[in-house]
Design a binder for this molecule. Structure first.
Ligand SMILES: [Cu+2]
Length: 164
């Protein structure tokens, strides 16, 4: 009996470690609303990690495919492409995912994203010790052309023209 209790305790401790959260603050999470039939959109937020960490994956129930994208110059044209490595989150430094920069690309959308919808995102984070944990983020959909926060950048990135 004692044996059983001890092994149960060990199992509990082990799972607690495995889920030790990577401490990351999320601010201003939002998704750009879509028009009917639109198959892709972007999600944006500001991430600040307490200790060095990285985003290794993002998931969302509203999209069949989720990728982390970056904007990059290709032959004098700004294009977006999938980030091959993980997105690094240096300790204490706010990393911005915003139109015209890093963003979470939601593709193969299962339906229209309307302004005001709350879109769940799951970030898979990895700490320096390589342990992974997940962070649930609720991103609010902002209207198309909701450029109030980033007027210049908003038009630079047209997700309807998204090509891979
Ligand atoms: Cu993209």
């Amino acid at each position: 009996m004692k044996q059983l209790i001890i092994s149960t305790l060990l199992a509990l401790t082990a799972s607690a470690w495995a889920q030790a959260p990577v401490n990351v603050d999320v601010k201003d999470a939002w998704v750009r609303a879509t028009v009917a039939q639109q198959k892709a959109t972007g999600a944006f937020m500001q991430l600040t990690a307490k200790a060095d960490a990285r985003v290794v994956d993002v998931k969302s129930p509203i999209a069949g495919v989720v990728q982390i994208h970056e904007m990059a110059m290709e032959k004098d044209v700004m294009r977006m492409r999938e980030l091959r490595a993980c997105l690094p989150l240096p300790a204490g430094k706010a990393v911005e995912l915003k139109p015209g920069g890093y963003h979470v690309m939601l593709m193969d959308l299962k339906g229209q994203v309307k302004a005001g919808d709350v879109v769940p995102l799951t970030l898979v984070l990895e700490g320096k010790d390589r342990k992974r944990s997940t962070l649930e983020v609720k991103a609010t959909a902002r209207p198309l052309g909701g450029a109030a926060t980033a007027p210049a950048a908003a038009s630079a990135e047209d997700h309807s023209q998204h090509k891979h």
